[in-house]
Design a binder for this molecule. Structure first.
Ligand code: PHE
Length: 380
């Protein structure tokens, strides 16, 4: 064979093998177990479902790219049925029975606050994708948060209501059984008052309530221009409907608890004109986010909500820390997580500050023409 031809065959073979070189070795050995606990059924099932989708996609992507330290990743899933007490039970099982290397959960702050002391006592890192109450990460040095916290979110909302919407008199309708609701209402009220606004009513209910007419009737008497609903989507939708039935025309305001595909199904037209804040927009132009939205949509048939994206990042942050630590041993993993400064997440660059909180922007969303429309992003 002429030398030229031999040379050509040599290069052709090299070219043909090139794609193979990029195929990573399949993970082998004992699985690295990550515990996941959420409200997969019950009142807040939409949250659990969105989070589980994000977590499963993250695990699939990790396993397709070599796993964690060459080992396969396994998600061990527990459902707390949206019930108080069940997140502690779930955390005990995952820590004791399954010996998970880290926990991912919960969304609702009250439920993360049940599990966090158990993770802290076991020395196992817990990464909450979406619990915004400041007390969550204050539990201890094993507790991390991927999203912004409510001192920021409440201030963003109050400022937006006062400055951008020109609202001066606000009423609050607070779920006294949820740490999220109580804490967020408090920050909103303080900021709104400091700006010169007036909080004319603060009415209470307990999570799971379906009839808000007594509280809304009391609010109607105050002629509030805005009603702040620091609620999750079911109560938000129901109270919005009842407010309109009672003739209240006030602008409805909410926080990240609004974000679920079911919000508009439950609240319908009553939510038209409502404004809320959240963590993420699937319309983001960021290339990392765009790739995620494409693979999420291909897998599940609809675009991700913020919770799906945040949970994808929670799992990714654990894997990133493990690879930097070269270990999934709990102390090494916790230290590597704490050292995370600039992780390229689908919800943006993520790092933990000295309180193990992430500083993230908030997205303002308005309900217009029966759709949730991205209005603007507010930086911390
Ligand atoms: N931030 C809410 C809480 O702390 C939970 C939540 C996050 C709900 C994101 C919906 C979307 O309880």
């Amino acid at each position: 064979m002429p030398a030229v031809l031999r040379l050509f065959r040599f290069f052709a073979l090299g070219l043909a093998l090139l794609p193979l070189a990029r195929v990573v070795a399949a993970p082998t050995g004992d699985p690295v177990k990550i515990g996941f606990f959420m409200s997969l059924t019950g009142r807040d099932a939409s949250f659990g479902e969105a989070a589980l989708r994000g977590a499963r996609l993250a695990v699939a992507d990790l396993n397709a790219s070599g796993g964690i330290l060459g080992r396969p990743v396994e998600l061990v899933v527990e459902d707390n049925r949206s019930l108080p007490g069940e997140s502690a039970t779930a955390a005990k099982k995952l820590l004791g029975r399954d010996k998970v290397v880290a926990l991912v959960g919960e969304c609702a702050s009250s439920r993360t606050l049940e599990a966090a002391p158990l993770a802290q006592a076991a020395g196992v890192p817990l990464v909450t994708p979406a619990s915004t109450n400041p007390r969550v990460t204050a539990v201890g040095d094993c507790i991390f948060r991927v999203c912004f916290a409510d001192p920021f979110q409440g201030a963003v909302l109050a400022t937006y209501a006062w400055k951008n919407l020109g609202l001066h008199r606000a009423a609050l309708l607070v779920d006294s059984s949820a740490s999220y609701s109580v804490g967020l209402a408090d920050v909103f009220a303080k900021t709104f008052t400091a700006l010169g606004g007036e909080v004319v009513a603060s009415q209470k209910y307990a999570g799971g309530d379906k009839d808000f007419r007594a509280q809304l009737t009391a609010i109607r008497a105050t002629h509030a221009e805005a009603i702040f609903l620091p609620s999750y989507y079911v109560e938000a939708g129901l109270s919005a409907r009842q407010a309109r039935e009672l003739g209240l025309t006030a602008t409805l305001l909410g926080g990240d608890g609004f974000e679920a595909p079911q919000l508009l199904e439950i609240g319908g037209e009553a939510l038209e004109g409502a404004v809320y804040s959240t963590h993420y927009s699937a319309e983001s132009a960021d290339p990392v986010s765009r790739r995620f939205v494409a693979s999420y949509t291909a897998r599940y048939g609809s675009a991700p909500v913020g919770l799906g994206a945040l949970t994808y990042d929670a799992v990714g942050l654990i894997a990133d820390a493990a690879s930097r630590a070269g270990s999934v041993e709990r102390v090494a993993l916790k230290q590597a997580l704490a050292a995370t400064r600039d992780f390229a997440g689908v919800t943006g660059r993520t790092g933990f500050d000295q309180n193990r909180d992430a500083q993230k922007a908030a997205a303002i969303i308005a309900v217009r023409g029966g759709r949730c429309v991205f209005v603007e992003s507010v930086r911390p």
